[in-house]
Design a protein around this ligand. Structure first.
Ligand code: ZN
Length: 274
């Protein structure tokens, strides 16, 4: 019986309370949402930090506070984001030095369309290699964020240079509103799964209305599942989700109804060889 890792993406690096009052912004709220999500069945917590005004930030002190408080209150795997696309590469890089159990590692360029502007999400190959090398050195397990087939080729480049440890944990990210991203549908998901390197384990993140269907398909296709308010603020069409835990609890129910089991944090460590 497959065991499924459920990741909760608690608060993103893009939108905040202007689109949903339920998106946590301050450390107290983020920690509260994280704890509730673990109680609902999440074993990995994907976390960003925000400043006092609620804007995404790469401030190491805030990241450190969130990491330590969540670790003190849960046994879940903390996965800090190094993907603040409005932040500098240098700031994003420093997050690895906090030595979370996991960190996101973005594997391709993208251009985000936000607030009527274009933002280049810089991930040159040389930077991707540097991030991977530092994570290897610090014992931080990367979640490889793949936005298209081109991203998967970058993972192959890292493997060829000995910069990744097996198993490769690849997050297939679909339906981001950006240049360089892939639309969220079944064909694109199965194409990306078909292109995965050997000894990969995959997770699926799907933005907006595609979250529930594509993460459930991931489970059926042998993958793992990420849900949460970073990626989707609705529970159903036009109805805002009340919390991250509500989205986690629904996926946990579905996974169990399908006859699969939901990984505890220690089972997730075992699967990911952390
Ligand atoms: Zn994120």
């Amino acid at each position: 019986m497959p065991t499924v890792i459920v990741t909760a993406a608690i608060t993103g690096g893009i939108h905040g309370k202007e689109i949903s009052p339920c998106i946590p912004e301050q450390p107290d709220e983020i920690v509260r949402e994280a704890v509730a999500s673990v109680e609902a069945g999440a074993s990995v917590l994907h976390l960003h930090a925000r400043d006092a005004a609620g804007k995404p930030t790469g401030d190491l002190n805030i990241f450190r506070e969130i990491n330590e408080r969540v670790k003190a209150k849960t046994d879940a795997i903390v996965q800090l984001s190094t993907g603040g696309h409005e932040d500098t590469i240098a700031n994003r890089f420093k997050i690895i030095d906090l030595k979370p159990e996991m960190a996101s590692l973005n594997t391709s360029m993208a251009v985000f369309f936000l607030h009527g502007k274009e933002y280049l999400f810089e991930n040159y190959r040389s930077d991707i290699e540097r991030f991977a090398g530092r994570m290897l050195e610090k014992g931080v397990k990367p979640e490889l964020e793949c936005y298209s087939l081109e991203s998967i080729y970058e993972v192959e480049n890292l493997i060829s240079k000995g910069l990744l440890k097996k198993p490769y944990y690849i997050n297939l990210v679909l339906n981001i509103y950006a240049q360089g991203a892939i639309k969220g549908n079944y064909k694109n998901l199965t194409t990306m799964i078909g292109a995965l390197p050997d000894e990969s384990i995959f997770n699926v993140t799907a933005i907006g209305s595609t979250q529930l269907s594509l993460t459930t398909m991931s489970v059926l296709l042998g993958g793992h599942c990420r849900v949460g308010l970073e990626d989707n603020i609705y529970y159903s069409k036009g109805v805002l989700a009340e919390s991250n835990a509500q989205l986690v609890a629904r996926s946990v129910r579905i996974i169990k109804e399908l006859g699969f089991s939901v990984a505890t944090p220690d089972q997730a460590r075992e699967i990911l060889k952390i």
